[in-house]
Each structure stands twice: as structure tokens, then as C-alpha cells.
Design a protein around this ligand. Structure first.
Ligand code: XIL
Length: 325
């Protein structure tokens, strides 16, 4: 493995190269992670339900395992996430009168515990509507149900007050390069920032597949976000080998598709390099193909090969395209 160039080293003049990790991937691939990545995100372990499943009961073991690995190896982290409709316990939504107070306590406790190691927090995750032509907000979020759109500015105000100065405050979402959703994200951030900047960074999750979004759409999205004065984090990059709505039984693990996959990885990293002045970090959502969340999602039981390393920790063709510049 030693003759293989380090991703983070290769990109040191561009941006951080990150990975989503968990205690299992750290145990199994610790050396690989140390070698290639200079930013880490907890895949699940810092989410609300993971750290405070019941009111006032904090469970930090798994997040601490990751944070201590990061500390021991001097690798900074992204915090993920505070305000989301997913992986958030019901108890916080059951009492509107205490919800903001509980959210602030949560940010103080969790943000404080990892303040030494976390350089950016995904303060709000996935609050924009997926559908064109209606409300810009995700109406089915329980946060929206309780407070309407005001929860967004409130959450960022809280984060700005509570988190250490200099922590990047991120709005994070998927389908971020789709023009309609992109414009809703931009409008949402404008409204949050209308009395002064609270959101300073947009997180482009980047759950993509070869050719989708198109390279033009990605460039246009980056340019539009940058034109708002926002920093950009690519937060959850993976490139599925599957087509959207692929017919069941489709043979997908072919040399042709592997080539499209590798080529797309090469192309998108060329774009990231071109926009390096706006991009602070590019994080892959996992370490190896087999441990990626895309195995079994969105189609139960269906595997995928969405990342840069095989389960033996060997670099794939996509890896070589990413470092080929
Ligand atoms: C995913 C994790 O990878 C899975 O292990 C978990 O079961 C569900 O969540 N958008 C996000 C991430 O912001 O938190 C999600 O992570 C992937 C989609």
C-alpha cells in the first residue's frame, strides 16, 4: 500500500479530502483512513438520535470512538447534524414550548464536547422541498410542522451563538445540483441570511451516478452557490453504479459501467479542482464499496460499488482517475 499516493496529500493544495466513518470502519480500515483522508465525518454517530435518544440522556460512546481516533491522528472533523427530519427522536417534537430550548441544550452539549476537533457543523440538513413549483420548504419535516420556516433562521442563530467562533455553519442538502432544488436552496439561504450572514457554507451532498447530474449542471450549481458568497463543502460524495429506477435484475457490474463510473469520478474531481477557490472539502460517504450505505439502498438487498476502494482496501480505477492530474 505504501507506494500508492495519498489522496489527501495529492490534494493538499486544493481542499481537504474527507470520508464518512464509523467505529467499524475505523477498526477495519484505520490505516487506510489515516493515509488518505484529512477530514472525517461520523456517518451516523453524531446524529441527534445517536447522541440524545431520550431527553437528557446522552450516549457518546460511538461518537467518542470516532472523535478520539480523529484526535489521536490530528484529523479535523465535520459535525453531522443538528436539525433534520431524519434520525431525530420524537420526544423533541412532542412539546413545542421546549423544543428550541432543548435544541440549544443539545447544541451546547454535543457542540461543546467536540469543539476541539470539529471545524464545520451541518446545522440544518435537507430542509428544501424536492418538488418544483410549490413551497420551497420540506413541509413534512416535523420542524416545519412545529414552527414553519422560522426554525431555519432560529437554528442558525443558535449555532452561531453556541458554537466556537470560526466554526463553519453549513446548510446541507441532496439533489443540490438540480436547477429547481438548487434555486430553492439559494432562496432559503437568502432568507436565513437576510438580516446578516448566518449560513456561510453550503453542503452539496453529491449522491450521484455516472452522467447524473451532468458536468454542466455541477459547474452551474457551484457557480451559483459561489455567487451567493457561500463557501462550498462536498459533503457526502458517492457515485452509484446503478441507473435511477433500474429494472430489477439488470446486470450492472459490467466493465462498461465500471469505466463510466471511473470516468465520471475523474471528471467531477477535475471540476472540483477548477473551483478550488470556493471549495474547502470533498468528503466521500464511506471508505470502501462494501461498507457504503448504498449496499441495500434504495433497493433492499441490492449491492453497489460507489466508492474509490474495494473491500480489501485496494484502490479502484476510479481512484486512479481522481489522482491523475
Ligand atoms: C445515511 C447513513 O449512511 C446510513 O448508514 C443511515 O442508515 C441513514 O443515513 N443524507 C445524509 C446522511 O445527510 O446522514 C445519510 O446517511 C445519507 C443521506
Amino acid at each position: 500500500m505504501s507506494e500508492i499516493v495519498s489522496l489527501a496529500e495529492k490534494y493538499k493544495d486544493y481542499f481537504k479530502i474527507g470520508a464518512a466513518v464509523n467505529p467499524r470502519s475505523i477498526a477495519k480500515y484505520g490505516d487506510l483512513i489515516k493515509k488518505h483522508f484529512n477530514s472525517l465525518t461520523c456517518e451516523n454517530e453524531m446524529k441527534f438520535i445517536s447522541v440524545q435518544p431520550e431527553r437528557g440522556v446522552f450516549t457518546f460512546d460511538a461518537a467518542d470512538t470516532v472523535a478520539n481516533f480523529a484526535r489521536e491522528n490530528g484529523i479535523p472533523m465535520r459535525g453531522h447534524t443538528f436539525v433534520w427530519h431524519g434520525q431525530t427522536p420524537r420526544w423533541i417534537f412532542e412539546d413545542k414550548d421546549s423544543a428550541y430550548e432543548e435544541l440549544a441544550k443539545h447544541m451546547e452539549t454535543v457542540g461543546g464536547r467536540y469543539a476541539d476537533i470539529v471545524y464545520a457543523w451541518d446545522v440544518v440538513n435537507e430542509a428544501a422541498n424536492d418538488a418544483d413549483g410549490g413551497n420551497i420548504y420540506r413541509e413534512r419535516s416535523p420542524w416545519y410542522g412545529l414552527f414553519g420556516e422560522s426554525y431555519l433562521k432560529e437554528a442558525f442563530k443558535m449555532a452561531k451563538r453556541i458554537l466556537p467562533a470560526g466554526t463553519k455553519l453549513v446548510y446541507n442538502d441532496y439533489n443540490e445540483s438540480n436547477p429547481g432544488k438548487r434555486d430553492r436552496i439559494i432562496e432559503m439561504i437568502r432568507r436565513i441570511n437576510d438580516e446578516g450572514i448566518l449560513v456561510d457554507t453550503v453542503g452539496m451532498q453529491s449522491h450521484w451516478r455516472p452522467g447524473s447530474p451532468s458536468l454542466d449542471m455541477i459547474c452551474e450549481a457551484i457557480e451559483k452557490y459561489a455567487a451567493e458568497g457561500l463557501r462550498i463543502h462536498i459533503t457526502e460524495l458517492d457515485v452509484s453504479m446503478h441507473e435511477w429506477n433500474e429494472a430489477p435484475g439488470t446486470v450492472w457490474d459490467t466493465p462498461e459501467r465500471a469505466e463510466e463510473h471511473a470516468k465520471y469520478y475523474g471528471d467531477i474531481f477535475a471540476i472540483f479542482r477548477k473551483y478550488k477557490d470556493h471549495i474547502d472539502s470533498v468528503t466521500l460517504w464511506g471508505v470502501t464499496d462494501g461498507t457504503s450505505w448504498l449496499n441495500g439502498f434504495p433497493v433492499r438487498g441490492r449491492p453497489d460499488k460507489a466508492l474509490l476502494f474495494t473491500d480489501d482496501g485496494m484502490p479502484k480505477e476510479a481512484f486512479y482517475r481522481v489522482i491523475d492530474f
